[in-house]
Design a protein around this ligand. Structure first.
Ligand code: SF4
Length: 324
């Protein structure tokens, strides 16, 4: 494992102490503090004061330039884990775009995680060793407007999957979180997987809602009826895992199955996030979508990558600069 001292803004990824995290070793960088997408289920809000007021990190670009040369070339950097790098102010400020230029220009691998179709603006940079994970939790724009009121509607995010894929940027889709009574309809989930497969996605990553008391309270305020049911459900049958309330294992397995089935049917790689079901994950493919950043610089193109998944991924994850 690579240990780098003296970093000013890029950090080693810490999965919030989760015993169920199966992510590869990686670094992480949040260009912004806080996020303007206002998702009801967001866990980052519990840790960051003023979370709903996104603002750029102080002296961001100078610190990123410093760290980019300190890291071993080819390091995997996730942008971002606790705020969306395409939070609304990015449209005007363009700081994430500058960050990507620095990281990709320094020869690093980048995994962009976002809910915004603004990411398509930066396809020209992302084609050079990056991959994008776009979160889409439902096909229903009205449901999304209730649970992710500040984020672009899912219809635009699906178009972003299509545009990035067409431009040769490998894309995963995070169906995350699946929330009981809100977006857990198996028929909708299977249609969602089908639509993102047709749009060119390579992998789906999914997980169930892991509750915190403050996010449950947000559900109760925004959606009183279903919020009350969620509070009772997680309070009565929830199990505490690493600081979160999880639904029982068999309930979670039932919620994830439609996504797993549809991924198999449509030839997509599949993984779960902090669920404790590694047996379901496509062998040889990292759970966070970063495999595609490792393969991007082999000149495979997205068609070649799809062939790679459908022919059976290798038994070991693909990487070339870790010492683990
Ligand atoms: S986009 Fe991500 S970081 Fe932003 S509010 Fe939603 S869950 Fe939180």
């Amino acid at each position: 494992m690579v240990r780098v001292r003296g970093l000013r803004i890029i950090r080693e990824f810490d999965p919030w102490g989760s015993p169920l995290c199966t992510c590869p070793h990686k670094f992480t960088l949040n260009p912004y503090t806080g996020c303007g997408h206002h998702c009801l289920y967001c866990y980052a809000r519990s840790y960051i004061p003023g979370f709903d007021r996104p603002r750029p990190k102080k002296d961001l670009l100078r610190r990123v330039r410093h760290d980019a040369v300190m890291l071993p070339k080819g390091s995997l950097i996730s942008v971002a884990e606790s705020s969306d790098p395409y939070t609304p102010p990015e449209r005007v400020l363009g700081l994430t775009r500058e960050v990507l230029k620095i990281l990709v220009g320094a020869g690093h691998r980048v995994l962009v995680v976002t809910k915004s179709d603004l990411v398509t603006r930066d396809a020209d940079i992302l084609g050079g060793g990056a991959t994008v994970a776009i979160t889409i939790t439902t096909l229903n724009d009205e449901v999304a407007a209730k649970i992710e009121p500040g984020a672009p509607p899912p219809s635009r995010r699906i178009r972003a999957v299509e545009e990035l894929s067409r431009k040769g940027v490998p894309v995963s889709v995070r169906i995350d979180p699946i929330i009981p009574y809100i977006n857990d309809d198996p028929v909708m989930l299977e249609r969602l997987v089908k639509e993102v497969a047709e749009a060119g996605a390579l992998q789906v990553i999914t997980s169930t809602y892991k509750a915190k008391w403050d996010s449950l309270a947000k559900f109760r305020r925004a959606l009183p009826e279903v919020g009350e049911v969620l509070v009772r459900l997680y309070r009565d049958i929830g199990e505490r895992v690493g600081g979160y309330l999880y639904l029982p294992r068999e309930v979670r397995a039932r919620m994830l199955m439609p996504v797993w089935r549809a991924a198999l049917r449509h030839g997509l790689a599949f993984s779960t996030c902090r669920e404790g079901f590694p047996i379901l994950n496509t062998p040889g493919v990292y759970c966070d979508g970063s495999t595609w950043a490792y393969l991007a610089d082999r000149g495979e193109g997205t068609t070649g990558l799809l062939r790679f998944i459908r022919s059976g991924a290798p038994s070991k994850p693909v990487h070339n600069n870790e010492e683990d």
